[in-house]
Design a protein around this ligand. Sequence first.
Ligand SMILES: NC(=O)c1ccc[n+]([C@@H]2O[C@H](COP(=O)([O-])OP(=O)(O)OC[C@H]3O[C@@H](n4cnc5c(N)ncnc54)[C@H](OP(=O)(O)O)[C@@H]3O)[C@@H](O)[C@H]2O)c1
Length: 395
Amino acid sequence: MTTSKKWTYSSGGFPQCLHQTTYTAPAPAALKPTEIQVRTHAFAINPVDVQAMNLRHDTTALIPWPLSAFVPAGLNSSSQSESEACCDFSGTILHVGSAVSSSNAFEPGDEVFGFTMAPSNGHGTAGEVLTLDTAPGSNVAVAKKPKSWDHTHAAAVPLVYLTARVCIDSVQAYMGQDKDKRGSAGEGTGNAAKWLVVLGGSSSTGASTIQIAKARGWKVLATCSGRNVDFVKQQLGADDVIDYTAAQDSVPAEVLRRLRSLGGLAAPESGGDAVVIVDCVGGTECLDHAELGPKILRYVTIVGDKTDRTSMGGPAIYWKHPNMLRRWFWGKLGWGVHYDCVILDARKDWLEEAGRTLSKDEIVIDSIFKFDELPKALEKMVGGQVRGKLVGTIA
Ligand SMILES: NC(=O)c1ccc[n+]([C@@H]2O[C@H](COP(=O)([O-])OP(=O)(O)OC[C@H]3O[C@@H](n4cnc5c(N)ncnc54)[C@H](OP(=O)(O)O)[C@@H]3O)[C@@H](O)[C@H]2O)c1
């Protein structure tokens, strides 16, 4: 039996929690009917990888006060078990379980790319051989890799595309161009947005959201720092960009000023203003702004009210931030903004859609690192100066 290498983490928080471990992958005969075994060629890293390591160190981070006070100190650090790191991969199928060929049409030798929700299902992708359960509900999505993509580009796609796709689905009923598809939450508001505002347009998820929105013909106003303005405008195709490092005013005031000058706000007689925002940064600056806040019809965030990059965000923090819960609840009752903090959806059909619609040139990679360099790559990502994905290769 040959041994393989993988990156795992225990308690202690990033970076000291991270280790390289050896393991023996299950024998083909031991695979469950719905499992596949994959030789990994590339894996990508995401902010959630570091966030999961820090959460493992302190699970009280998601428990609201005063309940958190009842969790004994050191509860998490006592656990000896290792968790596996990273969620995105691209590779070649080595073996399939007995039910896989008929249910998924995968065979040994197929080149595939995909995603696994490592923080919750325990199966990370930073390892030489992956064993993944493709059964529905396993939070795994795998699709055949398009021939025109190499493994490095394929590994860069899943998590950000599956997240951006949820964001687009969550706002489309509120966009003027998609008025016919308006869902129940948007019904009766009498207005629809002319522009989509993307906060954090240069982030990987923001970039993917802009690409999908532009493919649908939507007008997009995005925020980013000065170094990324050309990238967001010229490469991603945003119609207008706010450089938040140079704006004379606050981001929300600048969003309002731009939308007004671009004709992006509806006249009051047509039902009033309707601003729709996808937030890939986090925080409440736009929601709390006295003038912009009341004009926001729909606000979809993938982060929530927190703004740091190293603690867990997304719907997991609703209970930690009562204002998020209150905003969401009032929105459901039809008061104020229609607010949702969303999480990606592990859908195979969306990976296949990405394969059909994205060219290799549209997949943005910041840099490529070797398997052994994962800690350095994670440090770089935490620094926040990346543009596109950091992808690890396995020789
Ligand atoms: N809910 C979900 O399912 C889900 C899924 C994916 C990601 N997320 C979360 O979404 C966020 C973005 O993820 P990502 O992978 O797209 O990020 P990313 O690609 O790592 O974003 C990097 C960009 O973010 C900007 N940035 C860096 N530090 C920042 C800071 N302190 N405040 C604001 N902007 C900063 C920088 O662009 P500029 O210099 O141009 O500002 C940087 O180029 C993360 O918090 C992540 O955990 C949630």
